[in-house]
Design a protein around this ligand. Structure first.
Ligand SMILES: [Zn+2]
Length: 391
């Protein structure tokens, strides 16, 4: 039997969080569940957030298989009943005795040692030093390009200044800023159908000019150019870029988030040197991402978000991604945010699902047991350590 219990885990994609003190039950559910709606979402749609609507939203959040599983894991951790009220009371009591110590117990229970953290969600940015001080894990920050683009657009500068400031901010982030790579959420903005020919600085100039003159079409052209430029800078600095693919918050452009839209860009000769992590492995289009990690030598699949939020789908995701992706190109992640219980649940779900899939592959005669055991260590931590050059 392949045994994953003692293996260390590197979480390749998550977001920073700090001690918020005790949370009431609804607030904990809101922060730890995926989707289900928010007060702002309803009110922006003209729906008053009455007690009845709040109950409806809470029920959406508590009724996912993922959330029920998190309750089971936390109840086992605290040795209590798997009811949200009891679980939240237990975590609040543990936090009152010391936040960092509580997070350490959670992380130790699943072997979580390292977090690669996208610091640009939530905004305003948490201080990296403060996150390092509060979280008992190795923290590897990555820098998201979209907030920088918004700042530069707000600055209303001309193209040569825009381009200089963009390059300078990224170069500083990857140098003295201590960031170990970049991240893009262009799938949330204008979509992944980025032409590699957008790399021409002339496109940036024309696009910014169109934006300043209020003409149509400039925004997509500018964002496409700036993603190309970010990839060039990643090649120069020999760091990976994480690109969001597939599902996300409700704002995502789900149609244009399919990994396959990135094919033209990633196979373009000038970008073949760039190491690209397909964040969320394009779930629910994860088969496409697995294929791309096969044919494109520097493309990787990060299973975060599907693991843990797709609940029992975790095993299917690992199994289907591994149909085409080399074992050395699949990396574990959670997309955890705001509370440490997500990272904890995800590592538990991820280890269990990966273990089940690898054991099945051994039983099917696809892998020797020793190779499956090695694959577990690679997917849970070693592949990402190599990608981010952490040793
Ligand atoms: Zn994320």
């Amino acid at each position: 039997m392949v045994d994953l219990t003692g293996l260390p885990v590197l979480d390749v994609h998550c977001h920073p969080f700090l001690d918020q003190g005790p949370l009431d039950v609804d607030e904990f559910v809101t922060q730890s569940a995926f989707g289900g709606g928010t007060q702002r979402y309803m009110e922006d749609g003209g729906i008053p957030f009455t007690a009845g609507i709040q109950k409806e939203v809470q029920r959406n959040k508590r009724d996912t298989i993922y959330f029920r599983r998190m309750m089971l894991n936390l109840a086992a951790f605290f040795d209590i009943e798997p009811e949200p009220e009891a679980v939240v009371a237990a975590r609040n009591a543990a936090i009152a005795k010391g936040y960092t110590e509580y997070v350490r117990r959670l992380f130790d229970a699943v072997g979580l040692t390292t977090l690669v953290v996208d610091f640009c969600y939530p905004l305003p940015m948490h201080e990296i030093a403060q996150v390092r001080a509060e979280l008992p894990a190795e923290i590897i920050p990555v820098f998201r390009i979209e907030p920088l683009i918004v700042d530069l657009l707000d600055a209303k500068v001309g193209w040569s200044e825009f381009r200089r400031l963009y390059d300078e901010a990224i170069t500083t982030a990857l140098g003295s800023g201590g960031f170990k790579g970049l991240k893009s959420v262009i799938a949330y903005r204008t979509g992944l159908d980025v032409s590699p020919l957008s790399r021409s600085p002339d496109q940036g100039l024309l696009a910014l000019d169109a934006i300043h003159r209020g003409l149509g079409g400039g925004t997509k052209k500018l964002r496409d150019h700036l993603l190309c430029r970010a990839m060039e800078l990643c090649i120069e600095h020999d760091v990976p870029i994480q690109i969001h693919t597939g599902m996300g918050d409700y704002e995502v452009n789900l149609v244009l988030s399919r990994p396959a839209y990135l094919m033209d860009l990633l196979r373009f000769p000038a970008f073949r040197a760039c190491k690209v992590l397909l964040v969320h492995t394009g779930y629910p289009f994860h088969g496409e991402a697995g294929y791309m990690a096969n044919v494109l030598p520097r493309v990787y699949c990060d299973v975060s978000e599907g693991v843990p939020f797709a609940g029992h789908g975790a095993a299917r995701i690992f199994r289907e991604v591994l149909e085409m992706a080399p074992i050395s190109k699949v990396v574990y992640g959670s997309d955890g945010f705001r509370v440490p219980e997500i990272n904890f649940t995800s590592a538990m779900v991820g280890k269990e699902a990966l273990g089940r899939v690898l054991n099945d592959l051994v039983a099917e005669g696809m892998l020797r047991e020793a190779d499956a055991q090695a694959a577990a260590g690679m997917i849970l931590a070693a592949n990402a350590r190599e990608l981010y050059r952490l040793d």
